[in-house]
Design a protein around this ligand. Structure first.
Ligand SMILES: [Ca+2]
Ligand SMILES: [Ca+2]
Ligand SMILES: [Ca+2]
Ligand SMILES: [Ca+2]
Length: 381
């Protein structure tokens, strides 16, 4: 903020020099910028008449007439990034960046507001609204949003032909159906001159021209390309979008166990005695319908006082309520401990590392709204 303040002060000083030169009638005054001669500059003119009387040169000078240059208000607002901002579901403080340029022949403030694109689904692509919207000026002039530093909520004392970067900062709702939210920045011209305060909105002068008063004329053209352009309202606008490209899924893992056999009772009401075989069941569930989870990996270190049963891993077992159904073919496809077996079509794989005593199952794609179960067995030492 300080850097820009210094810059604007210097420019204001330059404008004052131009003004003094013009008032003095200096022919080679510094040329104004694209916004034109600074508002408030006094333009004075006098006329001379020369004549002779009886061969003697005579001169007459007219009275001086002068007027002050009026304020021609104009501005442009553009998106200051090439594409929509890509965001994740549930992201906070997502930023879109705009640039406001003061094309007025004088310094002024700009009030900032925003409007959300109405949700119209397929019609315009917008299907959600962002929340917790804030608008901040790039106070330290580095072009990126710095939370806690870029805190100004209006543009203060922007000189003629100068620009300011403005950020819209908003939160993204946590909804899987969201795709695109349009947002528009609106800049409204306001009076400058009080460097420490937010100026009041400017209004065009309606009274006839007063040569001694800086009248206000709106010359803006809201050319955002969105709908009919509204001209001469002292506003400029530009639109950008928040586009969701990263989605989270609600992934959960449930684990259960079942004693299958013991050395005494065999499979009839087996107990967890040494030598008994226990089957563990891992059910991974993606409850987010419509959004697959990729590269799901399950790991399980077998518990102390047990021994892994070689090649006992299976994957794709039918799960019900977080528990595997353990009857025959419902156990799923048996995997080799060395990871060499892949379940056809779905490409599930699994392995057992005897050194780390870790069971590992990999599911390349877990579709939304589906579960996959993996089982393995141990014996009680
Ligand atoms: Ca919207
Ligand atoms: Ca910044
Ligand atoms: Ca101000
Ligand atoms: Ca005037």
């Amino acid at each position: 903020m300080f850097a820009k303040g210094v810059l604007r002060t210097l420019l204001a000083g330059t404008a004052a020099i131009v003004s003094a030169g013009t008032m003095a009638g200096t022919a080679n005054a510094q040329a104004p910028g694209p916004a034109g001669t600074a508002a408030g500059t006094t333009v004075t003119n006098t006329a001379q008449a020369s004549y002779t009387v009886n061969g003697v040169q005579q001169n007459a000078t007219s009275n001086a007439v002068s007027f002050v240059v009026d304020r021609k208000v104009n501005l442009t607002v553009i998106a200051n990034q090439p594409n929509n901002t890509q965001v994740a579901i549930g992201q906070t403080a997502a930023v879109t960046t705009f640039k406001v340029t003061n094309n007025t022949n004088g310094t002024q403030d700009f009030l900032l507001s925003s409007s959300q694109t109405p949700i119209q689904g397929l019609f315009n692509g917008d299907n959600f609204d962002v929340t917790n919207i804030h608008i901040y000026v790039d106070s330290n002039g580095n072009g990126t949003y710095d939370a806690g530093t870029d805190t100004a909520t209006y543009i203060n004392e922007l000189g003629a032909d100068q620009s300011a970067v403005v950020f819209i900062v908003a939160d993204i709702p946590n909804n899987q159906a969201n795709v695109l939210a349009g947002i528009t920045l609106i800049a409204q011209v306001a009076a400058g001159g009080d460097t420490a305060a937010q100026g009041l909105p400017l209004a065009p002068s309606v009274a006839p021209n007063d040569d001694n008063v800086v009248d206000v004329v709106f010359a803006d053209n809201d050319s955002d390309g969105l709908g009919p352009d509204i001209i001469y309202n002292g506003q400029g606008r530009a639109a950008l979008g928040y586009e969701i490209t990263t989605r989270n899924v609600a992934l959960s893992v449930a684990k259960s166990q079942l004693v299958l056999t013991d050395p005494v009772n065999l499979a009839i009401a087996p107990k967890a005695i040494p030598g008994a075989v226990v089957q563990y069941c891992l059910v991974v569930n993606n409850s987010t319908v419509g959004t697959p989870a990729s590269n799901v990996t399950l790991t399980d270190v077998i518990p102390p006082n047990t021994t892994y049963v070689a090649n006992s891993m299976s994957i794709g077992a039918i799960a019900l309520g977080g528990t595997c159904l353990l009857t025959g073919i419902l156990d799923g496809v048996s995997l080799a401990d060395d990871g060499t077996v892949t379940v056809p079509l779905v490409n599930y794989t699994g392995s057992f590392n005897a050194t780390t005593k870790t069971v590992n199952a990999r599911i390349p794609v877990l579709l939304g709204g589906t579960s996959v179960a993996a089982t393995f067995r141990v014996t009680i030492n």
